[in-house]
Design a protein around this ligand. Structure first.
Ligand code: ZN
Length: 204
């Protein structure tokens, strides 16, 4: 399927440096979306995202040059996270869904800065400023048109995944002074507020 070598039904995740992550991916027609091949691809993307685990995965991340992303933020992912930490990020569970050929429109100009990571930049994290609220016009996994309005962490996930479909990675948008290996991030930043971290590292 799409030339992917699956291992137990799961696709390997492409890492930064692979040109497929730097192309604008191709849009799909509703007929293509309903094809057996694309439906199977969406299933593989779902399994791969859940196995990682991650809250989003774009087709280029498994080497497929198509404008498809899957998103799911399960409550179990945050069960051990402090409620205040989740509240600050406006992170709430999001059920599984597929976003195809998305067009993103900002709602307002408010932004938020938080650390984020990417399955294709394994082992690292950095602060990225993202719009607080967005609207996304796209097709769903059945090829039907839909409009998504999102805020908080869900809006961040959508911006991150839609960037992937245009060939952009978070490292293109990050506050580069904050770029950190995950282990060191745990040592130096875990449990600290963004204000405290900013005081130590300092970024514009
Ligand atoms: Zn990513």
């Amino acid at each position: 399927m799409f030339g992917i070598k699956l291992l137990n039904g799961i696709a390997p995740i492409v890492q930064a440096g692979d040109p497929v992550l730097r192309k604008e991916a191709r849009r799909l027609s509703p007929t293509e979306i309903r094809s057996h091949e694309v439906q199977e691809l969406i299933e593989v993307m779902k399994r791969t995202m859940q196995a990682a685990p991650g809250v989003g995965l774009a087709a280029p991340q498994i080497g497929v040059d198509l404008q498809i992303a899957v998103i799911e933020d399960k409550s179990e992912y945050t069960k051990d996270v402090a409620p205040a930490f989740l509240a600050e990020r406006e992170r709430r569970p999001v059920s599984f869904h597929t976003v195809i050929n998305p067009v993103l429109t900002p709602i307002g100009i408010e932004t938020r800065e938080f650390f984020e990571g990417c399955l294709s930049v394994q082992g690292f994290t950095a602060v990225v400023s993202r719009l607080l609220q967005v609207q996304v016009q796209c097709l769903d996994g059945s090829g039907r048109e839909q409009t998504i309005k999102a805020s908080g962490w869900y809006a961040r996930i959508l911006q991150h995944e839609i960037d992937h479909l245009k060939g952009t990675l978070y490292i293109d948008r990050m506050k580069s002074r904050t770029f950190s290996g995950l282990a060191l991030f745990e040592t130096h930043c875990k449990g600290k507020s963004m204000a405290e971290i900013q005081k130590t590292i300092g970024w514009d």
